[in-house]
Design a protein around this ligand. Structure first.
Ligand SMILES: O=C(O)CCC(=O)C(=O)O
Length: 289
């Protein structure tokens, strides 16, 4: 076992996850895209308001995107032993101790809370052009309250079932929260790009269940019209905290590495976890999935 694995600065996830119906991920169309962060128009902002999302084709330069990717790889390689936020795919558990540092790249499920550990990742999360767009969408000063990277390694990268991000956050469900999903590799339907239910943020909170993950019941999703948000590296997706979204497993031989940041307005009030569960939880509501 190599030195970094001995430090046990990691966890594994995804033990025995059951299969899912492929029909859950059959997008009818592709997401609307603005060209870059400078060219988001009033019509794009109205679209975001109505549909709950907007994709931006070239948000970051190849230099910024490549640097962020190097930052992520360095954290996986253990350059910051004080960074404890790595979660491996459980399907790699058996072989994990035998993996060299480079091979570990393709066994990682996610990283969390990394922006303070790497300047190159910090740069994207606080990019002035992004913050300016978020200020407009939130109508308030944006505060980053969560940073995460879901990596979906080739072949073994698992599904992230359909959910609303607000079901995870202790904010009033009606508060404005914006998710920013940044593609570091090309993201396609085949390797697990984001899929969305346009406009469904307006229907408000949906009850979540613990099934393959903390998720919306599959029956609620099947038959609804979804769109896919394929992106080139450096592209991003802005999406409302109440917009249902999910990603299929990575069926391809290509990596699908992405960052995800969440921002709320500086004046947004927190709520108790019990209050969030009263809204999003299925407990005691006589509902089944
Ligand atoms: O990156 C993904 O595959 C999905 C990310 C996501 O939806 C989430 O973590 O809330």
């Amino acid at each position: 076992m190599n030195a970094n694995l001995e430090q046990a600065n990691f966890d594994v996830e995804g033990e025995g996850q059951p299969p899912y119906a492929p029909e859950l991920y059959r997008p009818a169309a592709e997401a609307r895209q603005a060209r870059d962060l400078d060219s988001i128009s009033d019509a794009d902002l109205r679209f975001y308001d109505a549909q709950g999302y907007l994709s931006v084709a070239a948000a970051f330069t190849p230099g910024e995107t490549g640097a962020a990717l190097n930052g992520l790889s360095d954290l996986i390689m253990g350059t910051r032993p004080d960074f404890k936020g790595i979660v491996f795919e459980s399907s790699a558990r058996e072989i994990l101790p035998t993996l060299g540092l480079e091979a570990r790249q393709d066994a990682v499920r996610k990283l969390a809370s990394f922006v303070e550990f790497d300047r190159r990742l910090h740069v994207l999360a606080y990019h002035p052009k992004l913050i300016a767009v978020l200020r407009t969408l939130l109508g308030d000063e944006p505060v980053l309250f969560q940073d995460m990277a879901l990596l979906k390694p080739p072949r073994i990268g698992r599904e992230k079932p359909w959910h609303q991000d607000m079901s995870y956050f202790n904010y009033d469900p009606g508060a404005k929260v914006v998710g920013v999903w940044v593609a570091l590799d090309q993201a396609t339907v085949e390797n697990g790009c984001m899929q969305l239910l346009p406009g469904r943020h307006r229907a408000g909170p949906v009850i979540h269940f613990k099934r393959r993950d903390w998720q919306i019941c599959d029956a609620e999703i099947l038959g609804k019209t979804s769109v896919a948000a394929p992106l080139q590296p450096g592209g991003l997706l802005l999406f409302d905290g109440l917009l249902p979204h999910g990603t299929p497993h990575n069926a391809s031989g290509r990596r699908r590495r992405a960052l995800q940041f969440h921002y709320a307005g500086a004046t947004t009030q927190k709520i108790a976890a019990s209050e969030r569960m009263r809204v999003f939880g299925s407990e005691g509501k006589d509902v089944s999935c």
